[in-house]
Design a protein around this ligand. Sequence first.
Ligand code: SAH
Ligand code: SF4
Length: 387
Amino acid sequence: MTDLPLAGPLPAISEVPASSLAAWLEARGEPAYRATQVLAGVHRPEVTGFGAISDVPAGVRADLDRSFRFGTIRGSHVLEADGGLTAKAVHELADGQRVESVLMRYPGRRGAAPRTTICISSQAGCAVNCPFCATGQAGFGRHLSPGEIVDQVLHWHRDPWQALGADWRSGSRSGTYNIVFMGMGEPLNNTDRVFEAVRLLNDPERLGIGARHITVSTSGVVPGIDRMIEELPQVNLAISLHAADDVLRNELVPLNRKWPLEVLMAAGRRFAARTGRRVSLEYVMIDGMNDSLEQAERLAVLAAGWRSHVNLIPLNPTPGSRWSGTPPARVSAFAGVLRAAGVPATVRDTRGREIEAACGQLHAQLAGRELPAATRRGGRAREAVAP
Ligand code: SAH
Ligand code: SF4
């Protein structure tokens, strides 16, 4: 596979298999170690183009530039909040599709290492059509390629303002970044490419992010959960539940008509039993919709007795939505019912609310707007938003 396509975009270096790169270099008479050197260079955070990989001969760098794309993202619009601890980017891809990613930094307290969570998209848009979700409302665009998925992580890795690369260089790589597939799209409707992206993120010659630091969130694609058990048993699974009976869930997560609660919960239990890993059950709390204590009791029955953990997330209302988030007192009462039944439950904070950080929201806000000129040239536009 050393021939390059005659038309269409060049292959992206972030998804070119190491063996293909090695063969391509060998065909140019380069020594075997060159592929490792190129990959190491591409992943050094300060390197922003093939020309900057200084330990590789200039002729090879020029050849790389003619034959591969250094990145699949044409430009990014970045909004920051919490003094830069939360940041959100809308990325424009080669064909003009736009996707979002979010960065959340947790400074290490009392000598502990800082943690960084990067939330990435798996599709442009989403076909599942959950009525409370801005991405769902926008409809399906297309699947993302493995390189387009990985490049969202590389965007933050290379961000000079965030300087994440310093943590990556000094810490154990495997624990430096946590990656969550909670941006736009349903990852298990794009399984082949998402799984390939996970393997690329894992690769010690690339970012070397450990599987245990990666979480796939699904609205309930059961065959995809079974593939995770077989192919990626060390990756964490989160199931977006949002309702504890089929009538309500059919409305909130329309995919429930295909794989109803009983079938979905059986898949969750299978995952926990086979992998020994705890499954997160995500529950977006919508005022007056799914937050009654009766729903809490039903949810407790679904979640009790196996390795599960409930995350309660007050709805981040989308513009024009008829729904709002459950008030804090009712969230606590709901959590109390779960805990009394022995089900571990955490109330999640809503970081980034002021920068439209919920799935698909910033994208919706910028839709139809030209991204600023700096962004279109491959640079970036930044805005700081006061809390
Ligand atoms: N499609 C996958 C992953 C992307 S959505 C899934 O649904 O799991 C990631 C999470 O964000 C899901 O749990 C989703 O329900 C939640 N979410 C979507 N819109 C939201 C909103 N407006 N407020 C709070 N959470 C939201
Ligand atoms: Fe798709 Fe997830 Fe949004 Fe539902 S919540 S529409 S599955 S991205």
